[in-house]
Design a protein around this ligand. Structure first.
Ligand code: SF4
Length: 412
């Protein structure tokens, strides 16, 4: 798949699939553990073996960003997180990447934050979600260790404003007043970045399957209003929206996530992680996904055998080819989430076409409705609220036009 020069810069995502409990709205893969679980230490060893194997298998020589997410990475504690960071730094090519670690403020104590700082972490991403106790209890959002505000004070001490905090709108029991208090309290810690997510009830989670919870959710129009209230509050406080759910002060946008929205390459390590590596010269890519089973992952990395980014091997990893049309659709799917839009130069390099030639009818229709930026091939702030119908138009047009282009494209 990779060209002889290798696939170019490639980000690294590491999944830590452990949590102290299970929040009722969450559909990320994680298992409940306590800090003494012996799998935590073995998991660090497995990740390092997997990282060494995977970076070599894809011939990666540049890693611009590294993101350790979860789950709850702060559950690793200081010693294991320090060992993971030191091991990764030894594996990664120079220069070292921007490193972000996710943490829950309640379990990110001083020694953990110190281990992160010493390990080269530049940015923390904190799962706050809400300070509103009734909503936290209703979704079984566990808090352990120090109370939330104390945790945030400590993070501020170690990382200044180089941290992001997630808030959720539309939670059971939440109203406008509770959201306003959440925002005021969070901004009193002056994070450089805030992610404001509208709660999406995911199939299979208790929030959807259990009628007692569904009855407590705000109605859809009230949930929409809550999110818009939050957006306006953040913008008035100096946080610029740069993606559907993300807001930052100048210089504090997430470089790692921008690479996803621009459909750049990334490798994922750990159960339920995936990776996408694109050969720009061929306009095609490969995606692999690691099975969501931490015990299978640990078994597969016994000794020096790391989970391999190929199909088979006990079903630990599956892989699929991304053809040019799928890749172009995904480049639009991710790129139009971002207020800058898909990267026009990358689009030409990857598909040998100007994006304006690919979706002319969609762009004209949405420009006429006043929902595109005048200076970019991108949705404007209001247009982002209609991302799904925009993408439906966009995909429909690509389906109709795409077949002919890519026939001629592969013949070149
Ligand atoms: S702590 Fe985060 S990853 Fe873990 S269950 Fe709750 S929302 Fe999901």
């Amino acid at each position: 798949m990779a060209s002889p020069e290798g696939p170019g810069p490639c980000s690294l995502y590491i999944h830590i699939p452990f949590c102290a409990g299970a929040c009722d709205y969450c559909d990320f893969y994680s298992i409940p553990v306590n800090a003494g679980d012996p799998r935590l230490g073995r998991y660090v060893d497995a990740l390092l073996a997997d990282g060494e194997y995977t970076l070599a298998a894809f011939g990666i020589t540049q890693v611009p960003t590294l993101y350790i997410g979860g789950g709850t990475p702060s559950l690793l504690g200081p010693e294991r997180m320090g060992r993971l960071l030191a091991g990764l730094r030894a594996l990664l090519p120079a220069p070292l990447p921007e490193i972000t670690v996710e943490a829950n403020p309640e379990s990110a104590d001083g020694p953990f934050l110190e281990a992160c700082r010493e390990g080269g972490v530049e940015r923390l991403s904190l799962g706050v979600q809400t300070f509103h106790e009734p909503s936290r209890r209703l979704v079984h959002r566990v808090g352990e260790g120090a109370p939330l505000p104390e945790g945030l004070c400590l993070v501020r001490e170690y990382f200044g404003d180089a941290f992001s905090a997630d808030l959720i709108t539309g939670l059971p029991g939440q109203n406008g007043e509770a959201l306003r208090k959440d925002l005021e309290q969070l901004l009193s810690f002056a994070p450089g970045h805030v992610s404001l997510y509208a709660l999406t009830p995911e199939a299979g989670t208790p929030l959807v399957e259990d009628r007692r919870f569904t009855a407590l959710l705000p109605p859809a129009d009230e949930a929409d209003r809550l999110w818009l209230t939050g957006r306006d509050f953040l913008e008035q406080a100096g946080y610029g929206q740069y993606e559907v759910s993300n807001f930052a002060r100048p210089g504090r946008a997430s470089a790692h996530n921008i690479r996803y929205w621009r459909m750049e390459n990334w490798l994922g390590l750990g159960p339920a992680a995936s990776g996408t590596v694109i050969d720009d010269r061929a306009g095609r890519g490969i995606r692999y996904a690691i099975g969501a089973d931490v015990d299978a992952y640990l078994r597969a990395s016994v000794g020096d055998r790391a989970p391999a980014p190929v199909p088979a091997e006990g079903g630990v990893v599956s892989a699929e080819a991304l053809d040019s049309l799928t890749l172009m659709q995904e480049t639009c799917l991710m790129g139009f989430r971002y207020l800058e839009g898909p990267d026009p130069l990358l689009f030409v390099r990857r598909f040998r076409r100007d994006i304006r030639e690919c979706i002319p009818r969609t762009l004209t229709r949405w420009r006429d409705r006043g929902l595109l930026r005048p200076d970019k091939i991108a949705l404007n702030r209001e247009g982002l609220l209609f991302l799904d119908p925009f993408l439906t138009d966009c995909f429909g047009e690509l389906e109709v036009r795409g077949g002919d282009w890519f026939r001629s494209f592969t013949e070149l």
